[in-house]
Design a protein around this ligand. Structure first.
Ligand code: ADP
Length: 770
């Protein structure tokens, strides 16, 4: 590491010292020159005065004697003094006895001398003799050239200054050498020793320059050595740590590679077992699908004869029979229906398992669906059980979803509630809930023990062993209901206490499709006789004020004059009531206790309604009784139209039993029925006769239903003609197949008369109500 001269410490020190020494030397020289000047200045006067003193007596005697010759000699003698420029002796009369002069010395340095001492000086010495000092003999006058003295002074001053400079310079040089030797050289040595070494490897101590062990350089070297030792120690420790780290890393790498190898082996094993699982899954899926297909086919095979069986039984039950025969046939019919339900449940469950259940997303009237289901199941209610449908007035008129599946949920929950309730209430509440609806089926039945509450949602499981014995059942209903709810992204929850009752709540995300129904207001005051806490009282509370009616409930005796209409639940009280009042009467009771037509005419104005009450039926009866003269058709707008009387239906069916069943049902529904045994016959019949609706079996000899429908649609002759598929095929893609062929709707065999009626209602053109 080279340090340039001007940056060296010794140079800087020397420079500073020279500057200081120079300034100091100059100052001292100047002081010395000043003192010299003062003494030189005084010495001029002193010297001339001593010259005058020496010349005084001879000059006085010469003046006294007036000896011009001697005077001349004297002044010439005075002029020999190098400083004297002019010398004169003047007598007391002012006469110049002798006078000599010479020109001043010329030199270029004169100006400095003249500046310091003046150009010339004049001296006068009055002449007298010692015995007569008061008598003036004349004057000795000298004019002195100061340069004679000044030149000496200037020489001396110059010498003083020059020697001053020379001293300073010498001193600086000495100091420079000393500083270099004392400071710069040892420091440069230390710096070299430090900079020449490898800072990462060489940590040997830096040698201390000799004779500097105890001074600042020695201390500096000691501190640097100490730092080097520390650094060395630290680096050694770091190296050690690094070595350990590298060792750990190597160990870690070994572990990781060992683990990786293990993982690879496990992965390979997993892949193998995954493949096996995949194969097993594929086989299971295939088996499930095969089972589903088998079930569907089987159900098709079972349904076809069942359809005949049930249809025939229903027809037979409509004929005249002895009581015993009726009872036997009813039991056979009910058992057949249970068989169909069971078949449906098993089929649905297998569809779930095979992942084939598809849900519809169509608008439907949930309130009416619930009321219809309750009405259908009401015959299962025990004599001491009050079944009530409580529809929230704010429930949307139409919701979007799968009506068939919702009906299944309601029907399963309600039939359970009715089955397990001997006395008290069974309520079916439908309320709007955020994002959908809530169906709440509550009963005051036997309840479910806490430990059984989770179990009962498993297929083929019941709450207790005694249940099957006492109530029958398969244990499929709740399993299916829960899966249906979950398939709709809904939830089924249970709240039950043994011996007190159960509450099943199904929350279903069925979005609203139409606002709540608007019912035109009814005028009048209603007095109803029904027990407080009964379902009927709750229903009246909810609906009558909603229709604009003022309503009052009474436990027994009805006030006759405070109401426009009296509602009664006990048919036996009616005759007595009629005798006391002419107000319209409405009886709400079970079907079993309905009055015969001859009794009802005696009670007019009178109507009777079966429990559970539906909103529409209640509204219509109230409207007829309260405003008998007004047009009675002010139903809410969402109500579906009824089918026309004498609709001409073409039944295309190859199976004779099924022909008879369907024909019987259609005849009962007021339809005119024509029969074709296959598709070809059907087309021929259509060409010859007018037809309002076709019921088309799908699987037939000669020409099946799909082909026949395709031809009917292709011909373009009957574009509006509704064609309803009748099929016992329960496979999930059956509906799409029918639609693809051009059919409008689908009815699965075996069907009930109500199913058929609902379908006709839906597809036959609007007419006034029968
Ligand atoms: P099933 O009714 O055919 O036996 P479910 O799956 O519908 O099959 O019901 C399973 C069991 O749950 C019933 O056997 C019964 O023990 C119990 N259960 C269901 N609903 C009720 C209810 N409302 N009250 C009391 N127990 C009920």
């Amino acid at each position: 590491m080279d340090i340039s001269l001007t940056h060296r410490l010794s140079y800087k020190q020397a420079r500073l010292t020279v500057l200081v020494a120079f300034l100091l030397g100059t100052l001292l020289s100047l002081i010395q020159v000043g003192l010299d000047y003062a003494s030189e200045d005084a010495s001029i006067d002193r010297e001339i005065h001593s010259l005058l003193e020496i010349s005084h007596n001879p000059a006085a005697r010469i003046s006294y004697n007036i000896d011009a010759e001697l005077a001349q000699e004297l002044v010439l003698g005075l002029l020999r003094s190098p400083a004297v420029m002019r010398a004169e002796i003047i007598d007391n009369s002012g006469l110049v006895l002798a006078s000599v002069d010479r020109p001043p010395v010329q030199s270029r340095y004169r100006v400095f001398s003249d500046f310091l001492f003046g150009e010339r000086r004049q001296f006068e010495d009055p002449l007298f003799v010692s015995h007569a000092p008061e008598e003036s003999l004349g004057v000795l006058r000298l004019e002195v050239d100061t340069y004679a003295f000044g030149s000496h002074f200037l020489r001396r001053a110059l010498l003083t200054m020059l020697t001053g400079f020379a001293r300073s310079l010498l001193l600086s040089l000495i100091l420079l050498v000393l500083f270099y030797a004392m400071l710069t050289k040892p420091l440069v040595g230390v710096i070299r020793a430090l900079s020449d070494r490898d800072p990462r490897r060489d940590f040997s101590p830096v040698p201390c320059p000799s004779h500097h062990e105890r001074d600042e350089i020695g201390t500096l070297v000691a501190v640097a050595n100490q730092q080097l030792a520390n650094t060395h120690q630290e680096i050694s420790q770091r190296r050690e740590a690094e070595d350990r780290l590298t060792q750990y890393l190597a160990e870690l790498e070994n572990i990781v590679s060992a683990r990786t190898a293990e993982l690879k082996a496990t992965n390979a094993r997993l892949t193998v077992s995954n493949h096996e699982l995949e194969r097993a899954r594929g086989t299971a899926l295939e088996m499930a699908q095969a089972r589903a297909a088998f079930l569907a086919n089987m159900s098709h095979e079972i349904r076809t004869p069942l359809n005949g069986l049930l249809g025939m039984l229903a027809l037979a039950l409509d004929g005249s029979l002895s009581n015993e025969q009726r009872q036997q046939l009813s039991i056979a019919h009910d058992s057949g229906k249970v068989l169909v339900e069971l078949l449906n449940d098993i089929l649905d469950l297998s569809k779930f398992e095979a992942g084939q259940l598809e849900l519809e997303h169509i608008p439907f009237d949930l309130g009416t669906l619930v009321e219809e289901t309750a009405s259908l199941l009401s015959q299962n209610a025990g004599p001491n059980v009050e079944l009530t449908c409580l529809i929230d007035p704010q429930l949307p008129a139409l919701v979007l979803g799968d009506p068939t599946r919702v009906r299944q949920i309601v029907s399963n929950l309600l039939s359970n509630a009715l089955k397990f309730t001997r006395a008290g209430r069974v309520d079916l509440r439908v309320t709007p809930s955020p994002g959908g609806v809530r169906l709440l089926v509550s009963d005051t039945g036997i309840g479910i023990a806490e430990d059984a509450q989770k179990r009962i949602f498993q297929p083929f499981t019941q709450a207790g062993a005694g249940i099957t014995r006492q109530f029958g059942g398969t244990g499929l209903g709740l399993a299916l209901t829960r899966r249906l709810c979950e398939a709709m992204d809904g939830e089924l929850t249970l709240n039950s206490r043994e011996g007190v009752g159960s509450q099943f709540s199904a929350t279903l995300p069925l979005p609203s499709h139409a606002p709540p129904p608007r019912w035109p207001g009814l005028p009048g005051r209603i007095a109803a006789q029904c027990p407080a806490g009964s379902g009927l009282a709750e229903l009246f509370d909810g609906w009558l004020p909603n229709w604009g009616l003022s309503y009052q409930r009474y436990d027994d005796e009805l006030p006759l004059d405070q109401a426009d209409l009296l509602i009664c639940v006990d048919p036996e009280q009616l005759p007595a009531l009629r005798q006391r009042t002419s107000q319209p009467l409405l009886l709400v009771s079970a079907y079993g206790t309905f009055l015969q037509p001859e009794q009802t005419t005696a009670l007019a104005p009178f109507e009777q309604l079966a429990r559970p009450l539906s909103r529409a039926a209640l509204y219509r009866s109230l409207q007829r009784l309260l405003t008998p003269h007004q047009a009675s058709d002010s139903e809410p707008q969402h109500k579906l139209p009824s089918r026309p009387r004498q609709a001409r239906v073409l039944l295309v069916e190859d199976n004779q039993v099924n022909q008879m069943v369907a024909k019987g049902m259609l005849a009962k529904l007021g339809c005119e029925v024509a029969i074709a045994a296959h598709g070809g016959e059907a087309i021929a019949h259509l060409q010859a006769h007018a037809v309002d609706l076709v019921l088309m079996d799908c699987n037939m000899p000669v020409m099946d239903g799909y082909e026949a429908t395709r031809r009917i649609r292709q011909s373009g002759d009957w574009p509006e003609l509704p064609i309803i598929a009748l099929t016992a095929n329960a496979l999930p893609d059956e509906r799409e197949r029918c639609q693809a062929a051009g059919m409008n709707d689908y009815l699965a065999k075996p069907f009930r008369r109500e199913d058929l009626a609902a379908l006709l209602d839906c597809w036959l053109p609007l007419t006034s109500e029968p």
